[in-house]
Ligand binder design. Structure first.
Ligand SMILES: Cc1cc2nc3c(=O)[nH]c(=O)nc-3n(C[C@H](O)[C@H](O)[C@H](O)COP(=O)(O)O)c2cc1C
Length: 194
């Protein structure tokens, strides 16, 4: 487990531009880090039962026994979070959306400050530095970013930087400007981790 956790919603393990940017950010933090590929994990769909959210006896843990609880433990244990997703139809990938949905129980574990929205539990990751990445082939990356931001704001994360770019199908590592921006975000996250 690293101090900085990166969660990647792309399934293109060999050529993902999302992951290339994420790796640059993670490296630049100068801290220990882990990049988790959602496609490597077995995470069932959220059934919407809300047991994890509203049944105090389960303490925020989903009844589905899959890899989600392990990922939640990594989230609780990290000092900073980087989320990355390709843009698909102007939104995050299905894997990333399902990750959002399955993580709702994190707010029902009695950890962290109460959310501003009454009755919505606590934010265990409140104030932790965070960054978001979304890349698109041609456009609509802003719509994806809006969804990712919504999640991060809901969890009271401190968004340090964003990479929201349409970069075509080429290799983003050849785009010096984007990679430089990624390094700067990573450095800033590193500075904010005590
Ligand atoms: C199902 C699907 C939907 C997509 N939708 C969009 C889109 O709405 N807008 C866009 O510009 N690119 C779209 N793309 C292209 C991806 O955003 C692009 O290939 C992205 O860079 C892939 O990220 P990755 O390299 O991290 O896997 C789509 C690709 C797929 C497979």
């Amino acid at each position: 487990m690293g101090e900085v956790l990166g969660i990647c919603g792309s399934s293109r393990k060999k050529e993902s531009n999302t992951a290339a940017i994420m790796e640059e950010i993670l490296r630049a933090t100068g801290k220990s880090y882990e990049l988790v590929w959602l496609c490597d994990l077995n995470i069932n769909f959220c059934t919407g039962c809300l047991k994890c959210f509203s049944d105090p006896s389960v303490k925020g843990v989903c009844w589905q026994k899959d890899d989600m609880e392990g990922l939640i433990q990594k989230m609780l244990g990290c000092k900073a979070l980087v989320l990355g997703s390709p843009t698909m139809y102007g939104n995050v990938t299905g894997r990333m959306k399902n990750f959002f949905d399955r993580s709702i129980g994190i707010d029902s574990r009695g950890i962290g400050p109460e959310k501003k929205l009454e009755g919505h539990g606590r934010s265990p990751m409140a104030g932790r530095p965070a960054a978001l990445i979304t890349v698109a082939g041609g456009g609509d990356q802003e719509k994806t970013a809006a969804n990712m931001r919504l999640y991060m704001v809901y969890e009271d994360l401190d968004i340090v930087g964003e990479i929201v770019e349409a970069i075509g199908m080429g290799d983003v590592r050849e785009n010096k400007e984007i990679m430089k921006k990624a390094r700067k975000i990573g450095e800033e996250i590193g500075k904010r981790i005590r």
